[in-house]
Design a protein around this ligand. Sequence first.
Ligand code: ASP
Length: 329
Amino acid sequence: MNSRRKFLVNIGLGTIATAIIPQNSFAAIGKPKINKPIVLSTWDFGLKANEEAWKILAAGGTSLDAVEQGVRLTEADPSERSVGYGGRPDRDGIVTLDACIMDHNANIGSVAGLQNIKHPISVARAVMEKTPHVMLVGEGALQFAKEQGFPEENLLTPASEKEWKEWLKTAKYEPVVNIENHDTIGMIALDDYGNLSGACTTSGMAYKMHGRVGDSPIIGAGLYVDNEIGAATATGHGEEVIRTVGSHLVVELMRQGHSPQKACEEAVKRIIKFTENRGKSLDNIQVGFLALNKKGEYGAYCIHSGFNYAKYDGRGNELIKGQSYLKAK
Ligand code: ASP
């Protein structure tokens, strides 16, 4: 058959196929079915944040807008004591926030040690979109945020201040596994266009040293997105996540063919190996990874049981218990 005739035949078949085969039966004729849109986020507060993100995804919005708007909800909630407004302060009583954002084109933006601004994730997005840089810290990040019109406000709520004053009586730095003196919202999403984005925001470890930066604003550690492969985010002891460049590791493991679940498991095992090799105990180290691939498949894994995550897709919003390396005692 000459190529012009082949072309005409193909067009003919294509037209018939589109006319009589409903969209969702493409799987039956060999086109892989993709679970999209979908949004995933860490911990219980992910449920509410997912609702916000889903509104955008369901209306045909982008994953970038969805993850930014989703985590803003958690940042603004003073009852969430590990993210944004109302977050626990450092040991000097100062609330410092860390956040980063990444889109499907590998655009990235990040802020660390940001004070007095309720929405570090939106400042991170402004760094990404309006500067030639990818990361701003401390005073410079605050100066940039103010120039961009973000209002300055006191983020230390009376409840957090009271707790900090109580803490000062002993002043021991002891992050406790799964107890809410830390936690981060990491959110990853796949939109209707098949594009992945992620956002990650936290007030970091409660009573950390002033100036301490965790994994959450570090691209590759707290968050990573590769639009060909998948996205991953992390929560827990940031020092351990940075040591393994955890989220990037999860994405690279997916690139090697692992499912999101298996990739998270392997990354957790790497942290465990590093910890043991350094002669340290796993007792007080918690890390959880959450991952999503291009097909909309997802998985999560953590060291100690207790980490959960929220998933919102066409089947609804639900809180899922993450599997763990160590089982509950
Ligand atoms: N990863 C955060 C940090 O190290 C805290 C957390 O997610 O628990 O700052």
